[in-house]
Design a binder for this molecule. Structure first.
Ligand SMILES: [Zn+2]
Length: 152
């Protein structure tokens, strides 16, 4: 019996498991999964031995790109990302926190130039003792990762 089957019961695709509870929808928006018309199942606040509560995202018939997998770690540092083929885990994507991220988030600073000028938002990502912050390239302010909103 494949132990991962209960959380990865899709035929082919990608399962993003062990997402910090409350972050799955943000990740769905960040990766544009709804807009791309992928068949996506999202589980929120599921019981987890390791995390107490977790979110999970299953994307059918799509293998997540490495860059997208890396972006996920901004919000879900403990996420495990498995590629599923024929109901079995074929491959696990090893992620690293990206150094920058552009055109995905809205700067929380209301007077930031990105709100009035037609520029792509751009954030530097800074990690210190498990805390992940984003620094806006334009106004140079630093924000907790939960403060930034996804540009929809
Ligand atoms: Zn800014």
């Amino acid at each position: 019996m494949n132990k991962t089957l209960s959380v990865s019961a899709i035929h082919n695709g990608t399962v993003i498991d062990h997402i910090n509870a409350g972050q799955a929808l943000r990740i769905v928006h960040m990766l544009g999964l709804a807009e791309k018309k992928y068949k996506v199942t999202v589980g929120l606040n599921l019981p987890s031995k390791r995390m107490k509560l977790k979110d999970i995202i299953k994307i059918e018939n799509h293998v997540l790109a490495k860059e997208d997998a890396n972006d996920i770690t901004i919000f879900a540092p403990e996420a495990t990302i498995n590629i599923i083929r024929n109901f079995e885990v074929m491959n696990k994507i090893i992620t690293t926190l990206p150094e920058t991220i552009s055109n995905v988030f809205v700067c929380p600073n209301q007077v930031c130039i990105t709100h009035t000028e037609p520029v792509e938002t751009f954030f530097y990502i800074k990690e210190h003792s498990k805390q992940v912050n984003l620094i806006c390239k334009y106004c140079e302010r630093e924000f907790d990762r939960n403060q930034v909103k996804v540009n929809i």
